[in-house]
Design a protein around this ligand. Sequence first.
Ligand SMILES: C[S@@+](CC[C@H](N)C(=O)[O-])C[C@H]1O[C@@H](n2cnc3c(N)ncnc32)[C@H](O)[C@@H]1O
Length: 225
Amino acid sequence: MNKREIKITEDGSTTIELIGFNEHFHSIHGAIQESDHIFIRHGLKEKAKELTDIAIFEMGFGTGLNALLSLVFAEKQNKNINYFTIEAFPIEKELVEKINFTKKLKLSNELSRCFTEFHSLPWNSKTQITANFCFEKQYVFFENLNLPCNFYDLVYFDAFNPDLQPELWTESVFLKLYQSMKKGGILMTYSAKGKVKRALKFAGFQLKALPGPIGKREITQAIKM
Ligand SMILES: C[S@@+](CC[C@H](N)C(=O)[O-])C[C@H]1O[C@@H](n2cnc3c(N)ncnc32)[C@H](O)[C@@H]1O
């Protein structure tokens, strides 16, 4: 894994830059605003209209931002979330300590402690972080991961962009995710590339093009019908 550095995005929240690849973990127009728009507003909020218990799979734990925003949502809306995330290249402790999400979101000490726990908990074990939020992270490559069938209500597909990681945006990857999801399940991704949409359609998803967050015209919501 290349060297990584903390950067401040336009909404003041931190992200990580992959040095030498001109690639960031989030939009430089705002990490929190991007994750909130794509994964919470168009993913979690949609599922929460019909469900109280929501099983989420995240491709790429990274900074833990999506997990944190999901936890905040679960606490505010009193939803039960079963959150499973994977990561092949965990970020170093020195970088984790520089992440400012809890400060930017003005979170309580209790929720800030949960964010620290996301990072400090051991890999490959499940923890009931709050009464509403069960969390598990696995240190594994997606390619080596077995997922249960018909289990997830929501998938946050947050890999690096398709030009950098073409092997993660293929028909077979999306088929694996499709099979792991329940009927009516939603997969959210920031990508609206033609190649990505074709691969999602091939896997069986029905697609909706949605307006993107600041700095991005369109994002994709893929539904298992
Ligand atoms: C765009 S970043 C997003 C991270 C995270 N969702 C966040 O909000 O910080 C993509 C993440 O996927 C991880 N990743 C890349 N390839 C992977 C693979 N084959 N299997 C599992 N994780 C991978 C990267 O290390 C990185 O943390």
